[in-house]
Ligand binder design. Sequence first.
Ligand code: ADP
Length: 403
Amino acid sequence: MAEETRKLNILVLNCGSSSLKYQLINMEEKKVLAKGICERIGINDSQIKHTPIGKEAVIIKGDMPDHKNAVQYVIDALVSKEHGVIDSMDAINAVGHRIVHGGEEFASSTVITDEVIEAVKTCSDLAPLHNPANLIGIDACKQIMPNIPMVGVFDTAFHQTMPKKSYLYALPYAYYRKYKLRRYGFHGTSHKYVAYRAAEFLNRDIKDMKIVVCHLGNGASVCAVDGGKSVDTSMGLTPLEGLVMGTRSGDIDPAILQFLAEKENKTLEEVTSVLNKESGVLGISEISSDFRDLENAIAQGDKKAALTMNVFCYRVAKYVGAYAAAMNGIDAVVFTAGLGENNGAVRSEICSYLTFLGVNVDEEANKCRSIERDFSHEDARVRTLVIPTDEEMMIARETAKLL
Ligand code: ADP
Protein backbone atom coordinates (compact mmCIF):
# COMPACT_ATOMS: atom_id res chain seq x y z
CA MET A 1 0.00 0.00 0.00
CA ALA A 2 2.79 2.42 0.88
CA GLU A 3 4.10 1.93 -2.65
CA GLU A 4 0.84 3.32 -4.13
CA THR A 5 0.89 6.46 -2.03
CA ARG A 6 3.91 7.78 -3.90
CA LYS A 7 2.25 7.46 -7.27
CA LEU A 8 -0.15 9.63 -9.22
CA ASN A 9 -3.63 8.57 -8.20
CA ILE A 10 -6.75 10.13 -9.69
CA LEU A 11 -10.19 9.70 -8.14
CA VAL A 12 -12.83 9.78 -10.88
CA LEU A 13 -16.33 10.70 -9.70
CA ASN A 14 -19.63 10.49 -11.53
CA CYS A 15 -22.36 11.99 -9.35
CA GLY A 16 -26.03 11.35 -10.07
CA SER A 17 -28.93 12.71 -8.05
CA SER A 18 -28.99 9.71 -5.70
CA SER A 19 -25.87 7.81 -6.68
CA LEU A 20 -22.12 8.32 -6.86
CA LYS A 21 -19.88 6.12 -8.99
CA TYR A 22 -16.14 6.21 -8.43
CA GLN A 23 -12.86 4.74 -9.60
CA LEU A 24 -9.42 5.30 -8.18
CA ILE A 25 -6.95 5.08 -11.06
CA ASN A 26 -3.19 4.98 -10.88
CA MET A 27 -1.90 6.90 -13.87
CA GLU A 28 1.67 5.65 -13.93
CA GLU A 29 0.49 2.11 -14.40
CA LYS A 30 -2.81 3.05 -16.08
CA LYS A 31 -4.42 0.72 -13.59
CA VAL A 32 -7.72 0.87 -11.73
CA LEU A 33 -7.02 0.30 -8.01
CA ALA A 34 -10.62 0.26 -6.79
CA LYS A 35 -14.09 1.13 -7.99
CA GLY A 36 -17.58 1.27 -6.63
CA ILE A 37 -20.91 2.97 -6.26
CA CYS A 38 -22.84 4.66 -3.46
CA GLU A 39 -26.54 4.15 -3.95
CA ARG A 40 -29.74 5.63 -2.52
CA ILE A 41 -28.02 8.79 -1.29
CA GLY A 42 -30.57 11.00 0.47
CA ILE A 43 -33.10 8.15 0.45
CA ASN A 44 -33.20 5.28 2.97
CA ASP A 45 -31.12 2.08 3.01
CA SER A 46 -28.11 3.79 1.42
CA GLN A 47 -25.06 1.66 0.83
CA ILE A 48 -21.67 1.60 -0.83
CA LYS A 49 -20.53 -1.29 -3.02
CA HIS A 50 -16.74 -1.15 -3.03
CA THR A 51 -14.47 -3.34 -5.15
CA PRO A 52 -10.71 -3.31 -4.59
CA ILE A 53 -9.50 -4.63 -7.96
CA GLY A 54 -8.53 -8.29 -7.74
CA LYS A 55 -10.61 -8.83 -4.61
CA GLU A 56 -14.25 -9.53 -3.78
CA ALA A 57 -16.68 -6.62 -3.71
CA VAL A 58 -17.85 -5.53 -0.25
CA ILE A 59 -21.18 -3.92 0.53
CA ILE A 60 -21.21 -1.48 3.41
CA LYS A 61 -24.56 -0.19 4.61
CA GLY A 62 -24.51 3.29 6.05
CA ASP A 63 -26.26 6.56 6.56
CA MET A 64 -25.83 8.84 3.54
CA PRO A 65 -28.20 11.76 3.94
CA ASP A 66 -26.25 13.72 1.33
CA HIS A 67 -23.35 13.52 -1.13
CA LYS A 68 -20.87 14.82 1.42
CA ASN A 69 -21.47 11.72 3.52
CA ALA A 70 -21.21 9.57 0.42
CA VAL A 71 -17.81 11.07 -0.53
CA GLN A 72 -16.67 10.42 3.05
CA TYR A 73 -17.76 6.76 2.71
CA VAL A 74 -15.76 6.51 -0.51
CA ILE A 75 -12.62 7.90 1.15
CA ASP A 76 -13.10 5.62 4.17
CA ALA A 77 -13.43 2.59 1.89
CA LEU A 78 -10.34 3.56 -0.12
CA VAL A 79 -8.16 3.93 3.01
CA SER A 80 -9.75 1.14 5.06
CA LYS A 81 -7.40 -1.45 6.63
CA GLU A 82 -9.42 -4.43 5.33
CA HIS A 83 -10.40 -3.42 1.80
CA GLY A 84 -8.52 -0.17 1.19
CA VAL A 85 -5.98 0.44 -1.56
CA ILE A 86 -4.19 3.58 -0.27
CA ASP A 87 -2.81 4.62 3.12
CA SER A 88 -4.48 7.99 3.45
CA MET A 89 -6.45 10.63 1.60
CA ASP A 90 -3.14 12.35 0.79
CA ALA A 91 -2.48 9.59 -1.73
CA ILE A 92 -5.24 11.03 -3.92
CA ASN A 93 -3.54 13.60 -6.14
CA ALA A 94 -6.59 14.94 -7.94
CA VAL A 95 -10.29 14.38 -8.51
CA GLY A 96 -11.79 14.21 -12.01
CA HIS A 97 -15.50 14.96 -12.13
CA ARG A 98 -17.75 13.90 -14.95
CA ILE A 99 -19.98 16.87 -15.77
CA VAL A 100 -22.85 16.29 -18.16
CA HIS A 101 -23.48 19.70 -19.70
CA GLY A 102 -20.85 22.33 -20.42
CA GLY A 103 -23.06 24.34 -22.80
CA GLU A 104 -21.06 26.55 -25.16
CA GLU A 105 -18.78 27.54 -22.28
CA PHE A 106 -16.58 24.46 -22.25
CA ALA A 107 -14.93 23.02 -25.34
CA SER A 108 -12.43 21.07 -23.26
CA SER A 109 -11.82 19.79 -19.75
CA THR A 110 -10.94 22.40 -17.17
CA VAL A 111 -9.50 22.84 -13.68
CA ILE A 112 -12.45 23.56 -11.37
CA THR A 113 -12.40 27.06 -9.88
CA ASP A 114 -15.20 29.15 -8.36
CA GLU A 115 -15.73 30.78 -11.79
CA VAL A 116 -16.05 27.35 -13.41
CA ILE A 117 -18.63 26.32 -10.79
CA GLU A 118 -20.65 29.45 -11.59
CA ALA A 119 -20.45 28.70 -15.32
CA VAL A 120 -21.60 25.11 -14.78
CA LYS A 121 -24.52 26.45 -12.73
CA THR A 122 -25.59 28.59 -15.67
CA CYS A 123 -25.64 25.44 -17.87
CA SER A 124 -28.01 23.72 -15.40
CA ASP A 125 -31.04 24.98 -17.32
CA LEU A 126 -29.87 22.77 -20.19
CA ALA A 127 -29.44 19.65 -18.02
CA PRO A 128 -31.69 20.12 -15.00
CA LEU A 129 -31.45 16.46 -13.95
CA HIS A 130 -27.70 16.11 -14.23
CA ASN A 131 -25.71 19.31 -13.68
CA PRO A 132 -27.08 20.07 -10.19
CA ALA A 133 -26.06 16.55 -9.06
CA ASN A 134 -22.58 17.01 -10.56
CA LEU A 135 -22.25 20.33 -8.70
CA ILE A 136 -23.27 18.73 -5.40
CA GLY A 137 -20.45 16.21 -5.90
CA ILE A 138 -17.95 19.00 -6.56
CA ASP A 139 -19.10 20.84 -3.46
CA ALA A 140 -18.83 17.69 -1.33
CA CYS A 141 -15.20 17.19 -2.45
CA LYS A 142 -14.40 20.84 -1.79
CA GLN A 143 -15.52 20.37 1.80
CA ILE A 144 -13.86 17.01 2.43
CA MET A 145 -10.69 17.42 0.34
CA PRO A 146 -10.18 21.20 0.18
CA ASN A 147 -6.54 20.95 -0.91
CA ILE A 148 -6.91 18.38 -3.65
CA PRO A 149 -7.23 19.89 -7.15
CA MET A 150 -10.34 19.05 -9.20
CA VAL A 151 -10.94 18.87 -12.93
CA GLY A 152 -14.27 18.89 -14.76
CA VAL A 153 -14.64 16.68 -17.83
CA PHE A 154 -17.75 17.48 -19.87
CA ASP A 155 -19.90 15.06 -21.89
CA THR A 156 -20.61 17.87 -24.34
CA ALA A 157 -17.05 19.23 -24.79
CA PHE A 158 -15.88 16.95 -27.61
CA HIS A 159 -18.86 18.03 -29.74
CA GLN A 160 -18.08 21.73 -29.50
CA THR A 161 -16.21 21.41 -32.81
CA MET A 162 -19.49 20.75 -34.66
CA PRO A 163 -20.11 23.33 -37.37
CA LYS A 164 -23.15 25.55 -37.06
CA LYS A 165 -24.94 23.70 -39.90
CA SER A 166 -24.89 20.55 -37.70
CA TYR A 167 -25.93 22.09 -34.42
CA LEU A 168 -28.59 24.64 -35.40
CA TYR A 169 -32.23 23.59 -35.20
CA ALA A 170 -34.54 25.08 -37.82
CA LEU A 171 -36.38 27.16 -35.23
CA PRO A 172 -36.59 30.95 -34.99
CA TYR A 173 -32.97 32.07 -34.60
CA ALA A 174 -33.98 34.21 -31.63
CA TYR A 175 -34.26 31.04 -29.50
CA TYR A 176 -30.64 30.22 -30.18
CA ARG A 177 -29.69 33.81 -29.33
CA LYS A 178 -31.84 33.93 -26.18
CA TYR A 179 -31.49 30.42 -24.77
CA LYS A 180 -28.57 28.86 -26.65
CA LEU A 181 -31.11 26.31 -27.89
CA ARG A 182 -29.09 24.02 -30.21
CA ARG A 183 -27.65 20.54 -30.57
CA TYR A 184 -24.94 19.85 -27.97
CA GLY A 185 -24.53 16.08 -28.07
CA PHE A 186 -23.45 13.77 -25.23
CA HIS A 187 -21.21 10.72 -24.60
CA GLY A 188 -18.40 13.00 -25.87
CA THR A 189 -15.77 11.48 -23.58
CA SER A 190 -16.61 8.02 -24.91
CA HIS A 191 -16.78 9.06 -28.58
CA LYS A 192 -13.39 10.78 -28.31
CA TYR A 193 -11.70 7.88 -26.51
CA VAL A 194 -13.11 5.29 -28.92
CA ALA A 195 -12.32 7.25 -32.12
CA TYR A 196 -8.70 7.89 -31.06
CA ARG A 197 -8.25 4.33 -29.86
CA ALA A 198 -9.66 2.99 -33.17
CA ALA A 199 -7.13 5.04 -35.17
CA GLU A 200 -4.32 3.79 -32.92
CA PHE A 201 -5.56 0.21 -33.27
CA LEU A 202 -5.52 0.53 -37.06
CA ASN A 203 -2.09 2.18 -36.95
CA ARG A 204 -3.42 5.23 -38.74
CA ASP A 205 -3.25 8.95 -38.13
CA ILE A 206 -6.68 10.05 -36.91
CA LYS A 207 -6.21 13.33 -38.82
CA ASP A 208 -6.61 11.37 -42.07
CA MET A 209 -9.64 9.37 -40.95
CA LYS A 210 -13.42 9.61 -41.19
CA ILE A 211 -14.87 7.54 -38.37
CA VAL A 212 -18.43 6.89 -37.21
CA VAL A 213 -18.62 5.85 -33.56
CA CYS A 214 -21.76 3.99 -32.45
CA HIS A 215 -22.05 4.20 -28.64
CA LEU A 216 -24.83 1.69 -28.05
CA GLY A 217 -25.71 1.30 -24.38
CA ASN A 218 -28.84 2.03 -22.45
CA GLY A 219 -28.37 5.56 -23.70
CA ALA A 220 -27.12 5.49 -27.27
CA SER A 221 -25.66 7.95 -29.74
CA VAL A 222 -23.73 8.05 -33.00
CA CYS A 223 -20.94 10.51 -33.72
CA ALA A 224 -19.23 11.54 -36.98
CA VAL A 225 -15.54 12.11 -36.27
CA ASP A 226 -13.67 13.75 -39.15
CA GLY A 227 -9.93 14.18 -38.69
CA GLY A 228 -10.28 13.61 -34.93
CA LYS A 229 -13.05 16.18 -34.48
CA SER A 230 -16.74 15.65 -33.83
CA VAL A 231 -18.64 17.13 -36.79
CA ASP A 232 -22.10 15.77 -35.97
CA THR A 233 -23.84 13.63 -33.37
CA SER A 234 -27.30 12.19 -32.88
CA MET A 235 -28.17 13.46 -29.40
CA GLY A 236 -29.31 17.06 -29.29
CA LEU A 237 -30.15 19.73 -26.75
CA THR A 238 -30.83 16.80 -24.40
CA PRO A 239 -29.98 13.09 -24.54
CA LEU A 240 -33.51 12.32 -25.81
CA GLU A 241 -32.85 12.89 -29.52
CA GLY A 242 -31.48 10.44 -32.06
CA LEU A 243 -31.33 6.67 -31.73
CA VAL A 244 -33.91 4.35 -30.21
CA MET A 245 -32.61 3.73 -26.66
CA GLY A 246 -33.42 1.50 -23.68
CA THR A 247 -36.38 3.62 -22.58
CA ARG A 248 -36.01 6.78 -24.72
CA SER A 249 -37.81 7.28 -28.01
CA GLY A 250 -35.06 9.11 -29.88
CA ASP A 251 -36.29 10.99 -32.97
CA ILE A 252 -40.06 11.38 -33.32
CA ASP A 253 -42.39 13.84 -35.00
CA PRO A 254 -42.55 16.75 -32.52
CA ALA A 255 -46.31 17.02 -33.18
CA ILE A 256 -46.73 13.75 -31.27
CA LEU A 257 -46.31 15.64 -27.99
CA GLN A 258 -49.47 17.66 -28.42
CA PHE A 259 -51.36 14.70 -29.90
CA LEU A 260 -50.57 12.51 -26.90
CA ALA A 261 -51.16 15.27 -24.38
CA GLU A 262 -54.69 15.69 -25.75
CA LYS A 263 -55.57 12.02 -26.28
CA GLU A 264 -54.10 10.76 -23.01
CA ASN A 265 -55.01 13.82 -20.99
CA LYS A 266 -51.41 14.32 -19.88
CA THR A 267 -49.37 17.43 -19.19
CA LEU A 268 -46.35 18.21 -21.38
CA GLU A 269 -44.15 17.10 -18.51
CA GLU A 270 -45.94 13.75 -18.34
CA VAL A 271 -45.63 13.18 -22.08
CA THR A 272 -41.92 14.04 -21.97
CA SER A 273 -41.55 11.53 -19.17
CA VAL A 274 -43.20 8.86 -21.39
CA LEU A 275 -40.66 9.67 -24.13
CA ASN A 276 -37.77 9.41 -21.65
CA LYS A 277 -38.81 6.50 -19.46
CA GLU A 278 -41.45 4.35 -21.15
CA SER A 279 -40.46 4.39 -24.81
CA GLY A 280 -37.58 3.01 -26.89
CA VAL A 281 -36.77 -0.69 -26.63
CA LEU A 282 -39.01 -1.07 -23.58
CA GLY A 283 -41.90 0.78 -25.24
CA ILE A 284 -41.97 -1.19 -28.47
CA SER A 285 -41.14 -4.63 -27.07
CA GLU A 286 -43.37 -4.35 -23.98
CA ILE A 287 -40.82 -6.73 -22.47
CA SER A 288 -37.75 -4.91 -21.20
CA SER A 289 -35.30 -2.09 -21.86
CA ASP A 290 -32.45 -4.60 -21.67
CA PHE A 291 -31.42 -6.28 -24.91
CA ARG A 292 -30.46 -9.46 -23.06
CA ASP A 293 -34.15 -10.00 -22.24
CA LEU A 294 -35.00 -9.29 -25.87
CA GLU A 295 -32.46 -11.84 -27.09
CA ASN A 296 -34.09 -14.49 -24.88
CA ALA A 297 -37.54 -13.55 -26.16
CA ILE A 298 -36.34 -13.64 -29.79
CA ALA A 299 -34.89 -17.12 -29.20
CA GLN A 300 -38.37 -18.20 -28.07
CA GLY A 301 -39.92 -16.82 -31.25
CA ASP A 302 -41.31 -13.53 -29.89
CA LYS A 303 -42.08 -11.50 -33.05
CA LYS A 304 -42.31 -8.12 -31.35
CA ALA A 305 -38.93 -8.56 -29.70
CA ALA A 306 -37.50 -9.24 -33.17
CA LEU A 307 -39.30 -6.19 -34.55
CA THR A 308 -37.83 -4.05 -31.74
CA MET A 309 -34.35 -5.16 -32.68
CA ASN A 310 -35.10 -4.34 -36.35
CA VAL A 311 -36.31 -0.84 -35.44
CA PHE A 312 -33.24 -0.26 -33.25
CA CYS A 313 -30.71 -1.43 -35.86
CA TYR A 314 -32.43 0.32 -38.77
CA ARG A 315 -32.23 3.66 -36.95
CA VAL A 316 -28.51 3.23 -36.19
CA ALA A 317 -27.84 2.31 -39.85
CA LYS A 318 -29.73 5.37 -41.08
CA TYR A 319 -27.51 7.60 -38.95
CA VAL A 320 -24.33 5.93 -40.18
CA GLY A 321 -25.54 6.50 -43.74
CA ALA A 322 -26.30 10.13 -42.99
CA TYR A 323 -22.85 10.65 -41.49
CA ALA A 324 -21.22 9.03 -44.52
CA ALA A 325 -22.86 11.85 -46.48
CA ALA A 326 -21.89 14.44 -43.84
CA MET A 327 -18.20 13.47 -44.14
CA ASN A 328 -18.33 12.47 -47.81
CA GLY A 329 -17.16 8.96 -46.99
CA ILE A 330 -16.21 6.71 -44.07
CA ASP A 331 -13.05 4.77 -43.25
CA ALA A 332 -14.33 2.97 -40.14
CA VAL A 333 -17.52 2.23 -38.20
CA VAL A 334 -16.72 1.57 -34.55
CA PHE A 335 -19.02 -0.08 -32.00
CA THR A 336 -18.83 0.49 -28.26
CA ALA A 337 -20.75 0.40 -24.90
CA GLY A 338 -22.87 -2.47 -23.51
CA LEU A 339 -24.60 -3.48 -26.73
CA GLY A 340 -21.94 -2.33 -29.18
CA GLU A 341 -19.30 -4.35 -27.34
CA ASN A 342 -21.31 -7.46 -26.54
CA ASN A 343 -24.06 -7.99 -29.08
CA GLY A 344 -22.70 -9.39 -32.35
CA ALA A 345 -26.22 -9.87 -33.76
CA VAL A 346 -26.96 -6.15 -33.39
CA ARG A 347 -23.61 -5.23 -35.01
CA SER A 348 -24.24 -7.65 -37.83
CA GLU A 349 -27.75 -6.39 -38.54
CA ILE A 350 -26.61 -2.75 -38.57
CA CYS A 351 -23.73 -3.57 -40.91
CA SER A 352 -26.06 -5.44 -43.28
CA TYR A 353 -27.47 -2.05 -44.37
CA LEU A 354 -24.03 -0.61 -45.05
CA THR A 355 -22.58 -2.92 -47.70
CA PHE A 356 -23.14 -0.19 -50.33
CA LEU A 357 -20.50 1.87 -48.50
CA GLY A 358 -17.97 -0.95 -48.62
CA VAL A 359 -18.75 -2.50 -45.22
CA ASN A 360 -18.18 -6.26 -45.31
CA VAL A 361 -18.32 -8.20 -42.06
CA ASP A 362 -16.36 -11.33 -41.19
CA GLU A 363 -19.11 -13.09 -39.23
CA GLU A 364 -16.65 -15.37 -37.43
CA ALA A 365 -14.54 -12.42 -36.26
CA ASN A 366 -17.75 -10.64 -35.22
CA LYS A 367 -18.38 -13.33 -32.59
CA CYS A 368 -16.52 -11.35 -29.94
CA ARG A 369 -17.33 -9.58 -26.69
CA SER A 370 -15.65 -6.70 -24.91
CA ILE A 371 -12.34 -6.91 -26.74
CA GLU A 372 -10.70 -4.63 -29.27
CA ARG A 373 -11.19 -6.25 -32.65
CA ASP A 374 -11.38 -5.43 -36.34
CA PHE A 375 -14.20 -7.70 -37.53
CA SER A 376 -14.12 -6.67 -41.16
CA HIS A 377 -13.69 -9.14 -44.00
CA GLU A 378 -10.32 -8.77 -45.71
CA ASP A 379 -12.06 -7.38 -48.81
CA ALA A 380 -13.91 -4.65 -46.87
CA ARG A 381 -13.34 -1.05 -47.99
CA VAL A 382 -14.63 0.24 -44.64
CA ARG A 383 -13.23 -1.20 -41.40
CA THR A 384 -15.72 -2.33 -38.74
CA LEU A 385 -14.36 -2.45 -35.21
CA VAL A 386 -15.28 -3.17 -31.61
CA ILE A 387 -13.48 -0.84 -29.19
CA PRO A 388 -14.59 -1.14 -25.53
CA THR A 389 -15.11 2.33 -24.13
CA ASP A 390 -13.39 3.54 -20.97
CA GLU A 391 -14.85 6.84 -19.90
CA GLU A 392 -13.26 6.72 -16.44
CA MET A 393 -9.76 6.22 -17.80
CA MET A 394 -10.36 9.09 -20.21
CA ILE A 395 -11.52 11.36 -17.36
CA ALA A 396 -8.43 10.35 -15.34
CA ARG A 397 -6.17 11.09 -18.34
CA GLU A 398 -7.71 14.51 -18.92
CA THR A 399 -7.37 15.26 -15.20
CA ALA A 400 -3.72 14.20 -15.08
CA LYS A 401 -3.01 16.23 -18.23
CA LEU A 402 -4.32 19.41 -16.62
CA LEU A 403 -2.42 19.04 -13.35
P1 ADP B 1 -25.44 2.34 -19.74
O1 ADP B 1 -25.83 3.35 -20.79
O2 ADP B 1 -26.46 2.21 -18.64
O3 ADP B 1 -24.02 2.43 -19.28
P2 ADP B 1 -24.60 -0.16 -20.97
O4 ADP B 1 -23.49 0.42 -21.77
O5 ADP B 1 -24.29 -1.05 -19.84
O6 ADP B 1 -25.62 0.96 -20.52
O7 ADP B 1 -25.54 -0.96 -22.01
C1 ADP B 1 -26.72 -1.59 -21.63
C2 ADP B 1 -27.17 -2.51 -22.78
O8 ADP B 1 -26.06 -3.32 -23.17
C3 ADP B 1 -28.28 -3.46 -22.38
O9 ADP B 1 -29.25 -3.50 -23.42
C4 ADP B 1 -27.62 -4.81 -22.23
O10 ADP B 1 -28.41 -5.85 -22.71
C5 ADP B 1 -26.39 -4.70 -23.08
N1 ADP B 1 -25.26 -5.39 -22.39
C6 ADP B 1 -24.48 -4.89 -21.42
N2 ADP B 1 -23.56 -5.82 -21.01
C7 ADP B 1 -23.79 -6.92 -21.75
C8 ADP B 1 -23.20 -8.22 -21.82
N3 ADP B 1 -22.17 -8.56 -21.04
N4 ADP B 1 -23.71 -9.10 -22.71
C9 ADP B 1 -24.73 -8.74 -23.53
N5 ADP B 1 -25.34 -7.56 -23.51
C10 ADP B 1 -24.89 -6.64 -22.64
